[in-house]
Design a protein around this ligand. Structure first.
Ligand SMILES: Cc1ncc(COP(=O)(O)O)c(C=O)c1O
Length: 383
C-alpha cells in the first residue's frame, strides 16, 4: 500500500466529536467519521488554499462545479447539468430544508428504518411528521417492504427520504429495487430525496446506481444529495451538494434554504475539488483496507462473540450488530455496557431499532482489534 491507514493518530483534545465525547478510557467506534488522515493530495490542496492568505466569502467556483459534475458522470454515469447544482454545508441541513420545501406543517415524510437518525428527526424538527416502514430481510438481503410502504403512505405524505447505499444496514440497492421505489413515489406524488453520501464506499463487486439515472420520470421527482465527506474523510469541511433537475423542485428547495444556507467555507470547495480530482488512488486503497477490516470483524465476531449476529454488508464502514443474544447473559443495556467496558458504539434505538448497535470500523486495524478484545473480555465475564 502506498498510503498509510495503520498509524494511530491521537485525536483526543482536537475538538473531535467522535473522540472527545467519551473521554480517554473509551475507544469510540460510533459516529461516521474515520480515524485516517486525509489523502496527501487533499492535504496539499488545503495547504495551498491557506497559503493564499485570504479567507473571504465564497461563491461556488466554476472549478468546483466542474469537479462535481465530472465526478458524477465519470464515477456513476450521471449526467447532471450545472444549473441543477445546489450547494449546502451538509446533508443534515439539506434534509431539514427539504422537509420545509416539499411538505407543509403536519405533512408526513416517509422513510425506511433502521436509518441514519436525522432522517427520523428532521421532519419533526421542522414541524412535519416522520413515518416509517421497516426494511425487511428477504432471506438474503435487507430490502424495501412495498406491502408495508403501501400501508404507511397517506394523503398527507409528501416526501420520501431514501438512504442509498443504506446506513446502517450497508445495502447497495439494485436497479429493480430502486425503480420499484421510484415508481411507488411517482404513484403517490412523493418527492424522492436520495441521499447517496455513501455511494463510493462499496465493499463488494456491486455497482451503485444513482436514483436519478433510472428514468427521466424518476429524475423529475428526484432530489439527489452527494458529498465527498464520508468517502474521503472530510466531513468537517462541511461541503455537500444537491442535484435537482426539475426547476420547480429546485426553486422550492432554494426558497426554503434562504438565510439557512449561506456561503460554504473556502476549504470545503478546495477539499471537494481535490477529493474528486485527485483522490481516486487513495480511495482504492481505502476500500481494500475497509474490506479487510470488515472481513476481520465478521470473522472475529463469529468466532468470539457468538451472541452477536451480523448480516452481509455491501457498502459503508458501519456494521450493524444484532445484540439480542446478549440479553440472555443479563446484559440489559448493551450500549451502556460496552461504554463501561471501554468501547463506544452507536445505539440502534437512535436508528429506529434497539435490538442493534452500530460499529464503525473505519479505523486502524489495531484500534479495531483492541476494541473487539475489550468487548470479548466484557462479555466473557458475563457467561
Ligand atoms: C446517510 C447519511 N447522510 C448524511 C450524513 C451526514 O451528512 P452531513 O455531514 O453532510 O450533514 C451521514 C453521516 O453519517 C449519513 O450516514
Amino acid at each position: 500500500m502506498s498510503y498509510d491507514f495503520d498509524t494511530v493518530i491521537d485525536r483526543h483534545g482536537t475538538g473531535s466529536l467522535k473522540w472527545d465525547r467519551f473521554g480517554p478510557d473509551v475507544l469510540p467506534l460510533w459516529v461516521a467519521d474515520m480515524d485516517f488522515a486525509c489523502a496527501p493530495e487533499v492535504l496539499e490542496a488545503l495547504h495551498a488554499r491557506v497559503d493564499h492568505g485570504i479567507m473571504g466569502y465564497t461563491l461556488p467556483s466554476r472549478e468546483a462545479e466542474d469537479a462535481a459534475l465530472a465526478y458524477l458522470e465519470r464515477q456513476h454515469g450521471y449526467k447532471a447539468e450545472r444549473e441543477w447544482l445546489v450547494w449546502m454545508h451538509g446533508m443534515v441541513p439539506g434534509l431539514n430544508i427539504a422537509a420545509r420545501a416539499y411538505a407543509e406543517s403536519g405533512d408526513e415524510v416517509l422513510t425506511c428504518t433502521p436509518v441514519y437518525p436525522p432522517f427520523l428527526g428532521a421532519p419533526s424538527w421542522q414541524d412535519r411528521v416522520s413515518t416509517t416502514s421497516p426494511l425487511k430481510w428477504d432471506g438474503a438481503r435487507w430490502t424495501f417492504d412495498f406491502d408495508d410502504l403501501k400501508n404507511k403512505v397517506t394523503d398527507r405524505t409528501r416526501l420520501f427520504y431514501l438512504c442509498s447505499p443504506h446506513n446502517p444496514v450497508g445495502r447497495v440497492y439494485d436497479q429493480a429495487e430502486l425503480r420499484g421505489l421510484g415508481d411507488f413515489c411517482r404513484k403517490h406524488n412523493l418527492v424522492l430525496l436520495s441521499d447517496e453520501i455513501h455511494c463510493d464506499l462499496l465493499l463488494g463487486g456491486i455497482k451503485h446506481t444513482c436514483t436519478a439515472t433510472l428514468s427521466p420520470e424518476i429524475e423529475d421527482i428526484c432530489v439527489t444529495f452527494m458529498a465527498p465527506s464520508k468517502t474521503y474523510n472530510v466531513p468537517g469541511l462541511a461541503c455537500a451538494f444537491a442535484t435537482i433537475k426539475d426547476a420547480t423542485l429546485r426553486g422550492k428547495f432554494k426558497l426554503a434554504a434562504r438565510g439557512l444556507i449561506t456561503e460554504i467555507n473556502p476549504f470545503g470547495y478546495a477539499g471537494l475539488i481535490a477529493c474528486y480530482e485527485k483522490g481516486e488512488p487513495w480511495r482504492q486503497e481505502l476500500l481494500a483496507y475497509l474490506k479487510a477490516n470488515r472481513d476481520f470483524l465478521y470473522g472475529f465476531i463469529e468466532e468470539n462473540l457468538p451472541e452477536i449476529k451480523v448480516r452481509p454488508m455491501e457498502a459503508t464502514y458501519l456494521a450493524w450488530l444484532n445484540i439480542e443474544g446478549l440479553k440472555a447473559l443479563g446484559i440489559e443495556n448493551p450500549h451502556r455496557f460496552f461504554i463501561e467496558h471501554g468501547v463506544g458504539l452507536s445505539p440502534g434505538k437512535d436508528f429506529g431499532d434497539d435490538r442493534y448497535l452500530r460499529l464503525n470500523f473505519g479505523c486502524p486495524r489495531s484500534v479495531l482489534e483492541e476494541a473487539l478484545n475489550r468487548m470479548v473480555k466484557a462479555v466473557a465475564a458475563k457467561r
